[in-house]
Design a protein around this ligand. Structure first.
Ligand code: 5AD
Ligand code: SF4
Length: 463
């Protein structure tokens, strides 16, 4: 689909929105509900951009005239939440039969999910997957024109669509996809099956997008990929992730560069040096550990062991002293014993993570781990989870307090939700600081003195 057919389809949708406006006596509303990771958040900005261009008024309520759920399937609880919300939304539709309900995202790439929706949630009007999100303008126009269920799921992507309309949540910062999919096949993970093989975007397209964002006032970009360290593989041009970072660094107007996620197996010395030498790359590396037990790491197909991970973390801490290191940990992988969890806790103690997301293993149908013997029972998994969480929190508190009394630069992101006299800013190392200030400062970089550490955030003052 070319840019112009996107426009033609948005015009078709706009015509339907006009008709609906006359019928309802008001502008129809639309609601985008996002589950899951930063990739999905970015995709939702594209969905939102398209809905706004079609003439909808964006709202937060799921009783809107058009509701779309952008789903996640990385763990089963994300799936269950979607079914729950869908049930509630079906109730709204009974009262407002003109309402349209759509589903997209990772969960839709699973055939069993589609079967379940076809039989138990027949009121859903539109379903598409991760590979054809760019066709949303066409589906939207079709579903508004016709009173029939549209389901279109592709097994493979056909291309990377540039130039979709986007509505950003924040005017001053933006996610930027640099690659899609994943080739790593960690044995617990469903992502390679629902997001497809790894594809990198052309550097010139990425640079053009970021230059455009900068011209619109964006000062911080978050480069997104399942494994940014393997950026560039398969492209004609010989370019690595550190080289891409150095190109982005040159773009005037951009003040901060973040990225996520880095797979420890191929985080290079060149990347560490590029971060160290950069004025713009933030002092934060998210380095998923998953487990500290070399035996479990092998079964997970993570391609590193405990020693290699520890050496990498130590090297990063030594070369970039101010850096914060965060991680993901899975507890309860098949065959995991309390002794394996001791190894994970040992790594937490050695690395002293600034923060960590801990998950209980969730069995995903179709992944190798789902059919491994010795699945861990719920009770044991929860007990071990609590042990890991306590350790993680201890170090997160210790680490965040290490900046107390310092003056650091914060990007003011919003007026504090609970106390409107306070602003909320984010430091380069991803730590949050609240401080008194005027709302006009939102979107700017200012120096803040970090007076008091309150666990995971600071209270400070502008200096
Ligand atoms: N069960 C639990 N956690 C998982 N993750 C990925 N797959 C699973 C699963 N099946 C976690 C990993 C990954 C993060 C995004 O989600 O820790 O880094
Ligand atoms: Fe999943 Fe592993 Fe790919 Fe991350 S690197 S998306 S955990 S398969």
């Amino acid at each position: 689909m070319t840019g112009s057919s996107t426009e033609k389809n948005i015009e078709r949708a706009r015509e339907q929105v006009r008709i609906l406006t006359d019928k309802l006596g008001r502008v129809p509303t639309a609601c985008v509900v996002t589950f899951g990771c930063q990739m999905n958040a970015r995709d939702s900005e594209k969905l939102t951009g398209i809905l706004i261009q079609a003439g909808f008024l964006l709202v937060e309520e799921e009783s809107a005239d058009f509701v779309i759920y952008n789903t996640c399937t990385v763990r089963d609880n994300a799936n269950q939440r979607v079914y729950g919300r869908l049930g509630v939304c079906g109730g709204f539709k009974k009262k407002n039969p003109h309402m349209k309900i759509a589903l997209c995202g990772c969960m839709m790439q699973e055939p069993s999910v589609i079967e379940k929706i076809k039989t138990s949630y027949r009121f859903v009007d539109l379903i598409f997957g991760t590979h054809n999100l760019y066709r949303f303008p066409e589906y939207l126009a079709d579903v508004l024109e016709q009173d029939r269920q549209i389901i279109d799921i592709w097994k493979e992507p056909d291309k990377i669509e540039e130039d979709l309309p986007v509505s950003r949540k924040y005017p001053f910062k933006s996610g930027v996809n640099i690659m899609f999919g994943c080739n790593n096949f960690c044995t617990y993970c469903i992502v390679p099956y629902v997001r497809g093989r790894e594809r990198s975007r052309e550097p010139k397209d990425i640079i053009r997008e970021i230059e455009n964002l900068a011209s619109q006032g964006v000062i911080e970009v978050m480069l997104l990929g399942q494994n940014v360290n393997s950026y560039g593989k398969g492209l004609e041009e010989d370019i690595s992730f550190p080289a891409l970072l150095r190109e982005i660094e040159k773009i005037g107007g951009i003040k901060r560069i973040r990225f996520m996620t880095s797979h420890p197996k191929d985080l290079s010395d060149e990347l560490i040096e590029t971060i160290r030498d950069s004025k713009k790359i933030c002092r934060h590396i998210h380095l998923p550990l998953q487990s500290g037990s070399s035996r479990i790491l092998k079964a997970m197909n993570r391609c590193y062991d405990k020693e290699k991970y520890l050496a990498l973390a130590a090297k990063i801490r030594a070369r970039i002293p101010d850096v914060s290191i965060t991680t993901d940990i899975i507890v309860g992988f098949p065959g995991e014993t309390p002794e394996d969890v001791d190894e994970t806790i040992d790594v937490i103690r050695m690395v002293e993570y600034d923060n960590a997301f801990t998950f209980i293993y969730s069995k995903r149908t179709g992944t190798p781990a789902a059919s491994m013997p010795d699945q861990v029972d719920d009770k044991q998994a929860h007990e071990q989870f609590d042990r890991v969480l306590a350790e993680v929190q201890k170090y997160a508190k210790k680490q965040s307090s290490r900046f107390e009394g310092r003056i650091m630069e914060a990007l003011v992101e919003e007026v504090n939700e609970n106390d409107p006299s306070l602003l909320t800013g984010r430091l380069s190392n991803n730590v949050i600081v609240h401080f008194p200030g005027d709302h006009s400062l939102v979107g700017s970089l200012i120096n803040v003195k970090l007076n008091e550490c309150r666990g995971f955030y600071y209270l400070g003052e502008q200096v």
